[in-house]
Design a protein around this ligand. Structure first.
Ligand code: UDP
Length: 255
C-alpha cells in the first residue's frame, strides 16, 4: 500500500518511513486527496509496537504494508544512530497528530475521533474544537465498542464519511481494527494514535518539556501507569538496542 517512492528503514524487520514533518504531511495530503473508498492506514512504529510485531506476524505485515509507518519515540532515534542510518525526524503521534488536525482545519477536512473511555472522548472533542475552531469534527465515539456494537460504529463513521479517522484503542488492537476494516470504511486515512485522547483531554498529563527534550517521555508514562507500562521499561527498552546491534551483526537474517 506504501507508494514505493517513500524511502524506509527497517528495525528488526519493521518498516519505518524516512520522512520529516513536512513531507509526512504532504503524504497524508495525497492520501486524502486521492481517497478511493478504502481507508489508508497510517501507523506509528515505536519500540513497543516493534516488540509486539516480533510476536505477531500479522502486525508486522500491517506495519510493513501500511500507507505510512512513521517513527515514534526516542528508541528509534537511538537505534538509527547506532546503525549509522538515523531516522529523519521523530514523528511521534502525540506531536504529529495535532499538526495533522491543524492541516485538516486548513484544508476543510472532516475528522472522526474513535477511542478511549466515554468521558475522555467527549472531553477530547471539546478540547480539539477549542484548539481548532474551524475544524469539522464529523463525529466521535468511545473505544469500548468491539464485538456487538462494532457494525453500528462502522455505520456511523460511514454516514459521516470523514476524511480522517483517529483510532485510539492501543496497540495492537487499533492497527488490527484499522487493517481489517479498511475496505469497509469510507474514510480517507485512518491513524492509529494510541493513548493520544488521554493526553489531549487532560486525563493523563504529558511529560514536562525537559523530559520530552531529553527523549525520556517513556519514563514519565511508566511512572504514571506502572501496572501497564512496566514491561516496556524493564524488558523492551533494555533489550531493543542489543537486539538491533545483533541483527546488524547477522545481516540478511533480520533486517
Ligand atoms: N482503549 C480503548 N478500547 C479498548 C482498549 C483501550 O479505547 O478496547 C483505549 C484506552 O482507553 C486508551 C488507549 O486505548 O485511551 C490506549 O492507550 P495506550 O497509551 O496504552 O496506547 P498504546 O501505547 O498501547 O498504543
Amino acid at each position: 500500500m506504501n507508494s514505493n517512492k517513500i524511502e524506509s528503514s527497517y528495525f528488526l524487520g519493521v518498516r519505518v518511513d524516512r520522512l520529516d514533518t513536512e513531507t509526512a504531511k504532504d503524504e497524508v495530503r495525497k492520501l486524502v486527496r486521492k481517497r478511493d473508498g478504502i481507508m489508508k492506514p497510517v501507523y506509528f512504529a515505536n519500540v513497543h509496537s516493534i516488540f509486539l510485531a516480533l510476536q505477531d506476524h500479522q502486525l508486522m505485515e500491517q506495519l510493513n504494508y501500511a500507507a505510512l509507518t512513521l517513527p515514534d519515540g526516542s528508541g528509534l532515534n537511538w537505534a538509527g544512530k547506532i546503525l549509522g542510518n538515523p531516522i529523519v525526524e521523530n514523528l511521534n503521534g502525540t506531536d504529529f497528530t495535532p499538526k495533522i488536525l491543524e492541516m485538516a482545519e486548513h484544508e476543510n477536512w472532516s475528522v472522526y475521533l474513535l477511542g478511549a473511555e466515554e468521558h475522555v472522548i467527549n472531553k477530547t472533542a471539546q478540547v480539539v474544537q477549542l484548539q481548532f475552531p474551524k475544524l469539522n469534527i464529523a463525529g466521535y465515539h468511545h473505544g469500548y465498542f468491539l464485538g456487538q456494537k462494532e457494525q453500528k460504529v462502522i455505520d456511523d463513521i460511514n454516514s459521516k464519511s470523514p476524511d480522517l479517522l483517529l483510532v485510539g484503542l492501543g496497540s495492537p488492537i487499533q492497527e488490527r481494527w484499522i487493517w481489517e476494516n479498511r475496505d469497509k470504511l469510507n474514510v480517507g486515512a485512518g491513524f492509529a494514535i494510541g493513548g493520544l485522547f488521554d493526553f489531549m483531554s487532560g486525563e493523563f498529563p504529558r511529560a514536562p518539556l525537559w523530559m520530552r527534550k531529553l527523549g525520556i517521555e517513556w519514563m514519565y508514562r511508566f511512572l504514571n501507569d506502572p501496572g501497564n507500562k512496566w514491561k516496556r521499561i524493564f524488558i523492551e527498552i533494555p533489550l531493543f538496542i542489543p537486539l538491533i546491534i545483533m541483527a546488524q551483526l547477522i545481516p540478511n537474517k533480520v533486517k
